[in-house]
Design a protein around this ligand. Structure first.
Ligand SMILES: [Zn+2]
Length: 724
């Protein structure tokens, strides 16, 4: 199918150059002049509501944001509700607007204080009068009925494939651009990184005719129609993003359109594709709920960095209590909010501080933002990162995350949640205090990998031939590799291969279908090896819940003890206590070391929290990487580490997750950890000073050749050590 002609057919005003052309032109325009948002370090958002024009004080908000030294503030312009006297039909003016031009007042309040103003828009919903006049703008259910909002059922969902996006929204942007000195546009809730939503409006039915049928409503990459729909959907997202970017820039090339992304580790829409049109990546990852670990914000930073590679990333910190259930009008705990902001800056993102409602009755959040933002403003230079100095790369397996474990209804029993493999490896990396980056699978190439000593692959089941070839080339040129479970067993669309595409690298061949899920299986220690030598007093280690049965030629180090009954106790004895089936393969070839685990040890580690499995993964990572890591930190506590080369030197960020609420929120306060001994390898430059930035005190240090050694006496919630 010719997707471009489809797009032109359904949306005559969208003229979409191919993504590669756009990428080139964006790069060229960046070269000629650096856009304002590239140097932005602090950002705020007041998300006012339809009722707020009656009470909101624009100047008081201007004063608050100025006191945070923000570079830009997001202000509600229009879309669902217009906060200015719009002349565009079906652009619903706030019923409480009266004679006020609230948007204009707010923009002016920011401009008077030297703050950039970005119009925050919403393209996702409109009122019944628009539905009546323009039925073609709206999403439809299979029976043709429109889709009312669940909590505000007088609003109806608009369809991205309709002219609401290409004509109505663009008319609104142009009106705002004409009347107000805005610096850009942002759309709430669109496009997001989550699953695709199938609509049955007339535009979408025309698309289905082009595709050859109606796609499934669930993510199902085994379905050919889903594959075509996914591609068409992504093409439309990129075309709209480009169009809105062009409209934003009609007034000045410095203006920008930014969409709403996020999702943390869990993404379905392809971030690499989106990054080719996104000049600025906004992660709407505002907080956590349920059992989400506190480090979810840092994970968001790593995912976004893997595609933006130094370009602007903001992360929204919701100052309100956005757990489940959700409270829009009370603050979340100051300690939790501070840790979220800390992860944002540690991982290289720009914090975007967000409150909802123009006349707050809870003001506890205000000081949290004020003190954190002023602290980063006072130390601004140390947050200008040039590049990460990490020596380990973790593959971000986009298509495995998006497709492998979905949909629920078709999921083979052994497949866990889409991100459990990555979560388990991540947990081991935190416990082992490793310094690492994410590399997006679409960015896999020789140059992206050459700075790393090892590549870690948490069950990237879906990999293309080309990606496997890059990994092979990396190992053949001396890089080390860790991989788990079904890595490379399918192509990028999930078509099974007869063996691992990387079987030659693993030194292992698939010898059957996946076995599991079964608890009470084990790995037996068969021989001495650096990966297992420090397990004392046991012949058995916990087995993975699922495994690929494999054949391997190398000597047996860990063998499988197949699952046996765990209940009742009388039946609990191994029926096959000793086998020759390998649970893992550890091999050396040239300068490379390779560790392949046949089981889903990463996912099993995450699901169980088992310490032996984390320890096994840490040992394997240490062995493949080799001695003398770029950053080594010894001491007590669960921490996450980021190390950056900055404009003035280096910055070592340490986040202290040692907290009873680390995996179930909210954090109530910091549990300080004691002395941390650090060895930090530089590029050889002489370091003249080492200083902690939170208390702002100098540290004694010692430099020998490239290595700087120092002790951090204690860490509260977050510390940054600046080496200059
Ligand atoms: Zn539609």
């Amino acid at each position: 199918m010719d997707r471009r002609s489809f797009l032109l057919l359904t949306a005559a005003s969208v003229v979409a150059p191919p993504p590669e052309l756009f990428a080139v032109s964006a790069a060229q325009s960046n070269k000629s002049s650096t856009p304002w948002y590239a140097s932005m370090r602090r950002c705020g958002q007041i998300n006012y509501n339809e009722h707020d024009p009656l009470t909101i004080d624009a100047n008081a908000w201007g004063d608050y944001w100025a006191s945070l030294k923000v570079d830009a503030v997001l202000l509600n312009g229009g879309g669902i509700v217009a906060f200015y006297p719009t002349q565009i039909a079906y652009h619903h003016r706030s019923q409480f607007l009266g004679t006020r031009d609230l948007f204009g007042e707010m923009v002016a309040a920011m401009k008077q204080r030297g703050i950039r103003a970005v119009a925050r828009m919403d393209c996702n919903l409109a009122y019944a009068d628009a539905l009546k006049a323009h039925p073609e703008w709206f999403e439809r259910n299979r029976d043709g009925s429109p889709r009312p909002h669940t909590e505000s059922p007088w609003l109806f969902s608009t369809c991205m494939f309709s002219t609401y996006f290409t004509e109505q929204m663009t008319a609104i942007y142009r009106e705002i651009n004409q009347h107000y000195p805005v610096d850009g546009f942002f759309t709430n809730g669109w496009p997001s990184t989550g699953t695709l939503r199938v609509c049955y409006c007339e535009n979408c039915r025309r698309l289905f005719d082009q595709l050859g049928g109606v796609p499934p409503e669930e993510t199902d990459v085994s379905n050919q129609l889903y594959r075509k729909y996914y591609q068409a959907y992504m093409d439309r997202v990129l075309a709209i993003w480009r169009l809105w970017g062009e409209v934003a820039q009609e007034k000045t090339p410095q203006s920008v359109y930014v969409g709403n992304l996020g999702g943390g580790l869990d993404t379905v829409k392809d971030l690499k594709d989106i990054s080719q049109v996104a000049a600025w990546f906004n992660a709407d990852h505002q907080g956590r709920s349920g059992d989400t670990p506190i480090w979810a914000c840092a994970q968001q930073g790593r995912v976004a960095n893997s595609v933006m590679q130094g370009r602007t990333i903001t992360n929204v910190a919701g100052a309100y209590a956005n757990a489940q259930p959700n409270w829009r009008h009370v603050s979340k705990s100051p300690a939790e909010l501070t840790m979220w902001l800390a992860q944002t800056t540690a991982s290289g993102m720009v914090p975007w501080f967000h409150w909802l409602g123009g006349s707050p009755e809870d003001t506890r959040w205000r000081e949290v933002g004020h003190s954190f933002f002023n602290w980063i403003a006072d130390n601004q230079a140390h947050f200008r990162n040039r590049s990460s100095v990490a020596d380990l790369a973790v593959l971000y397996p986009q298509r495995t995350v998006a497709f492998y474990s979905r949909p629920e209804s078709h999921r083979p029993r052994y497949r866990g949640g889409p991100i459990d493999y990555l979560q388990g490896l991540y947990f081991a990396l935190l416990e082992g205090r490793f310094v690492f980056d994410f590399v997006h699978e679409s960015n896999l190439d020789e140059s992206a990998l050459k700075k790393y000593r090892a590549l870690l692959i948490p069950n990237a089941a879906y990999l293309s031939d080309r990606q496997c070839e890059v990994i092979r080339g990396y190992v053949n040129s001396g890089g080390s590799l860790l991989a788990t479970f079904e890595t490379s067993r399918y192509d990028e669309w999930g078509n099974p291969r007869p063996d691992f595409q990387l079987a030659d690298m693993f030194g292992a061949h698939a010898a059957g279908e996946v076995i599991g899920p079964r608890g009470n299986s084990y790995a037996r220690i068969e021989a001495r090896h650096p990966v297992i030598d420090d397990f004392k007093g046991t012949a058995l280690l916990p087995g993975a819940e699922n495994r690929v049965p494999i054949r391997a030629d190398s000597p047996l180090v860990l063998s499988i003890v197949p699952a046996y009954p765990a209940f009742p106790p009388e039946m609990v004895y191994p029926r096959a206590p000793r086998t020759t089936e390998p649970a893992a393969v550890f091999r050396e070839t040239g300068k490379s070391r390779i560790a392949y685990f046949a089981g889903d040890v990463d996912r099993t580690c995450w699901r169980s929290g088992d310490d032996d499995l984390s320890h096994l993964l840490q040992n394997a990572i240490n062995w493949i990487r080799g001695a003398d890591p770029v950053v080594f930190i010894s001491g007590a506590g669960l921490i996450e580490v980021f190390a950056w080369e900055t404009e003035p030197g280096y910055a070592l960020h340490i986040l202290n997750y040692t907290n009873p609420n680390a995996t179930r929120g909210y954090i109530r306060g910091a549990y300080p950890i004691g002395p941390q001994q650090v060895r930090f390898r530089t590029d050889g430059r002489a370091i003249r000073s080492a200083r902690t930035l939170r208390p702002g005190t100098p540290l004694k240090f010692h430099q020998q050749d490239r290595t700087v050694s120092f002790e951090i006496p204690a860490i509260g919630d977050y510390e940054v050590v600046a080496l200059t």
